[in-house]
Design a protein. Structure first.
Length: 133
């Protein structure tokens, strides 16, 4: 799950990812990171959830994308930040998302490891998995 981050930490992460991306010599993973991805949450492993201001992967500008630093798979979670946050809000209100012992929101269905079930219910057609390359 993701933590919502402070602006300073996100700004530093964004700057670091932009500089790492510029230093990459392989053109194989064209969409490994995009300058137009603005992180608004992350985890302790260097992965982020971002607003995609470019509409990468043929999607919409403003869509919510999951950036995983060590995997070419990218997940588009929602068509917009507004719909993403509304889905989380409805999921909490309806009991589809609950707080775990560590304070993270997780699927109330213990068998739903990836949380796709609740997300699909609140955001039909999502999540969408794409490859960075």
């Amino acid at each position: 799950m993701w933590w919502w981050s402070e602006r300073v930490r996100l700004r530093e992460s964004w700057k670091m990812l932009n500089s790492v991306h510029l230093d990459r010599s392989d053109d194989e993973l064209e969409n490994w990171w995009r300058r137009g991805w603005i992180p608004f949450g992350g985890n302790d492993y260097g992965d982020f959830i971002v607003v995609d201001t470019e509409g990468t992967f043929g999607g919409q500008q403003g869509q919510v994308v999951e950036f995983t630093h060590d995997d070419a798979c990218r997940v588009i979670h929602a068509p917009s930040l507004e719909s993403f946050l509304a889905a989380y809000h409805r999921g909490v209100e309806d009991g589809a998302l609950v707080e775990d012992d560590d304070g993270f929101l997780v699927s109330a269905n213990e068998e739903d490891d990836d949380a796709d079930e609740w997300q699909t219910a609140y955001l039909p057609g999502y999540p969408i998995e794409v490859e960075a390359g």
